[in-house]
Design a protein. Structure first.
Length: 156
């Protein structure tokens, strides 16, 4: 499979799977999410709440149970901004338009701007990288500067 030409069906299938996986995740159905998205051994994550990049994906039972407890229901739609293909890579630039309950918070907007990098292997498509942020609504330059300095919780 790796090394074959990417067809127009490949990105379309990855968009379909990503959309279904996004819905499953916000609903706390992590097992369904993992049945749709396989993470590569060298997977990297730039999480929407910032911090250092994470390497690897923890699919342990404990991690799955934690996610299922955190997200307890919601709805999601995937808005595709652009798709790119090169060699054995497909990049999806999307906005995950989602609402749901997370943590101890009532239902709210959890929409994210997301870049997904899929790599084709001999056994299929693996998610190699995810970069997500919550900046679906514009912020001021001053607010951006405060976030860059590590400040938060102020009115801007």
């Amino acid at each position: 499979m790796a090394g074959e030409s990417i067809t127009e069906d490949d990105p379309a299938e990855l968009v379909r799977r990503a959309a279904e996986a996004t819905s499953a995740y916000i609903q706390g159905d992590i097992r369904r999410y993992l049945s749709l998205i396989e993470h590569s051994a060298d997977y990297t994550l730039l999480a929407p709440y910032g911090g250092e990049p994470r390497r690897g994906y923890d699919s342990s039972d404990e991690a799955q149970q934690s996610t299922a407890r955190f997200f307890r229901g919601g709805q999601a739609n995937l808005e595709v901004v652009e798709t790119y293909t090169s060699g054995d890579l497909v990049v999806l630039v999307v906005i995950e338009r989602q609402h749901g309950e997370g943590g101890e918070l009532a239902e709210q907007d959890w929409s994210l701007r997301v870049t997904l990098v899929f790599r084709r292997t001999a056994t299929g498509w693996e998610l190699a990288h995810r970069h997500a942020d919550a900046l679906t609504h514009p912020i001021s330059f001053e607010h951006l500067a405060a976030l860059a300095r590590g400040e938060s919780g102020r009115d801007f």
